[in-house]
Design a protein around this ligand. Structure first.
Ligand SMILES: [Zn+2]
Length: 264
């Protein structure tokens, strides 16, 4: 992984400055892909597609923020740098509750953005469960009403004629506890590419999704997924994020690498 300069951006609402780290190159070594479609890649860190402004507390798409300039984070002390750039703080992602507030505002300006925003809100909630087992302390909270209504609305936005969307819809229904419906959606998947994933032994097979214990499983609402499935799941990540991130973030960032086998 090779870091690039910090990108300085201005909030579209108040013009307050913020910055994020860019990459010259990165890879997916050590990455984990989860059943909700999110990939967490330590060697490919990316800023959030939605940002909560530290100045005015409004949320905005990073894609919409004006790019002010770039700054080398380890530049020489005597390099002339605008103090406002130097003092700009790194951007932060909204909380789950702030995502729901943003959905009621005007960030979901069209169907595609609404879909992305709902996926990002879903992932934000699930971040609390990635890489942890909650079974021991019984710490899995009951799904909140805003979480459920977000997933129900997302399910409505998914295209029944698109197999990529059907896999996502099955996961949405599974996380809502609608196991029979989830399995029914998976049964509609016909292409060889996806059949191999949903009908072979693995964490996301139809037989496991029909097992109601899977939803609670080890106490996590999420399932880590392995190499073969990850190749497909990452298409969803790409579909959400590559249209939502600034072009400058994508440009030049090599993304070769490997997805690890399922963790023990
Ligand atoms: Zn602002």
């Amino acid at each position: 992984m090779l870091p690039g300069p910090d990108q300085i951006v201005a909030c579209p609402h108040c013009h307050g400055l913020a910055k994020y780290r860019t990459l010259v190159s990165g890879n997916t070594f050590g990455a984990q892909v989860w059943s909700d479609g999110k990939q967490v890649a330590p060697m490919l860190p990316r800023p959030p597609a939605i940002v909560r402004c530290r100045h005015c507390a409004e949320c905005y798409w990073l894609y919409d923020a004006k790019e002010i300039g770039t700054q080398e984070p380890w530049g020489r002390e005597d390099d002339p740098v605008d103090p406002a750039w130097k003092n700009a703080e790194y951007i932060e992602e909204p909380t789950e509750a702030e995502y729901y507030s943003a959905l009621e505002g005007n960030l979901a300006s069209d169907r595609e953005r609404e879909r992305s925003l709902r996926v990002l809100a879903w992932w934000r909630r699930n971040d609390a469960f990635r890489g942890r087992s909650h079974a021991a302390d019984g710490a899995v909270p009951e799904a909140s009403e805003p979480f459920k209504s977000n997933l129900r609305a997302l399910a409505e936005l998914l295209d029944a004629g698109d197999e990529n969307d059907l896999v996502m819809k099955a996961e949405v229904l599974r996380e809502l506890g609608e196991f029979e419906a989830a399995a029914g959606v998976l049964h509609r998947i016909a292409s060889r590419e996806y059949r191999d994933v949903v009908h072979q032994p693995g964490p996301l097979t139809v037989s496991r999704w029909e097992d109601k214990r899977v939803g609670r499983g080890d106490g996590s609402p999420l399932l880590p997924i392995c190499r073969m499935e990850a190749q497909l799941w990452m298409q969803r990540w790409d579909a959400v994020c590559f249209r939502s991130w600034p072009r400058s973030l994508i440009r030049g960032a090599a993304m070769d690498g490997d997805i690890p086998s399922r963790p023990s």
